[in-house]
Write a protein that binds this ligand. Sequence first.
Ligand code: AMP
Ligand code: GLY
Length: 431
Amino acid sequence: MRVLLVGGGGREHAIAEAISRSRKDPQLYAAMSKKNPGIARLCKDFILIKETDPEIVNFAIRNKIDLAITGPETPLAAGIPDMLWDAGIPVVGPRKLAAQIEFDKAWTRNFMKKYDIAGLPLFKVFRKGQSGTDEYIDEIGDVVIKPAGLTGGKGVKVMGDHFGIEGAKIYAREVLKKDDLVIEERLIGEEFTVQAFVDGSTLAFAPSVQDHKRAFDGDKGPNTGGMGSYNDAKDILPFMKESDYSGAKKIMIDSVRAVRKETGVPYQGILYGQFMATAKGISVIEFNARFGDPEAMNVIPLLENDFLDVCMAVVTGTLGKSKVAFKKQATVCKYAVPEGYPDDPVKDSVVEIGSTNAHVFYSSVYEKDSKIYTTGSRAIAVLGTAGTIQDAEKIAQVGLGALKGRLFSRMDIGTEELIRKRIQHMKELRA
Ligand code: AMP
Ligand code: GLY
């Protein structure tokens, strides 16, 4: 079976490995913007190309690809899955109309309201150039400002964290010059992620994961693409209730059904729900139309099924007949990122990787003359897997020790102390 993978980050390295483990005798082809050494090593052939470039379709046709899988969000917004389907190549990754759930936050909030999807915070959409944001911010008081379009996880700003009320007003007006905008109430609680394979109607859910957006220990510093993530040896995280997970699943099922009604297009690919567990129950922070990065690295290695069997079920609409299961193990994933990341990262700096028991994923690095260099984005991820979060954390930490270069990581992700803090936070909110 000839498989095309679009994307070249840590998430895609995890996908590439899962494809390589398949019993379907896969031949892997990749389309990525830089030569990710981990993916390149697993490929029969690859093309270095922007992940939004329609030329990817010709590469797929030339190589007689049987199945394509998109990793990141940018090809979805560019309609690459539509073009591949139109060329007769099935794709794990929703068509553009369905992928709006990620790349247009204004569309998604209006859609949730129209279809009465649970977990919707107070919000208002402002169109580019419109006025009235100051008044709405005064009315809500505690707000989050979200550019409607894709910003690589770095455009959303939260009052209290990033600015006060005056700063929020200035930022809202600034965003509105370039993009539509969503202003919504700031939710207080603990975040968790649920990812699922979706075949248009059936969803197969992975265990819950918690990402860490802030750059520094203790949830300090600027927002990033995600510094690391963990899951427990069961579907829920230590601070969650069973009803948080079942509520999240129901919201995702309802959303997939509603996407089809609204757009006429079946949602086929990965759906990622980002939720906030609050004092009043769960709310939807956002949806993504792909696996998370790093969250993919937590769950994909735990998949018990042949990854390509599940992908085939996604594109043929037969997920209802497959039994998708994940190993009951805890994982902790930590990113090593360049010094200065995310604001002023060191670029083109050498990274060396020593031997380690941890599972190593290459992310935004490139290979030149047999050496590995940083690009300025998240560089290398290490994953520990064990029976408990704490043991998995120790393995990840040893893995970080095997990396040499101008890099830093968060030391607190998955530690007993931080988990205890999360549990205590939810206990206080729920009291
Ligand atoms: P997003 O790009 O929508 O995932 O937002 C980035 C981050 O901003 C999220 O992971 C949250 O930490 C935070 N955030 C987004 N929306 C809200 C909200 N309504 N209340 C509190 N925090 C939020
Ligand atoms: N880690 C968050 C994301 O992939 O959007």
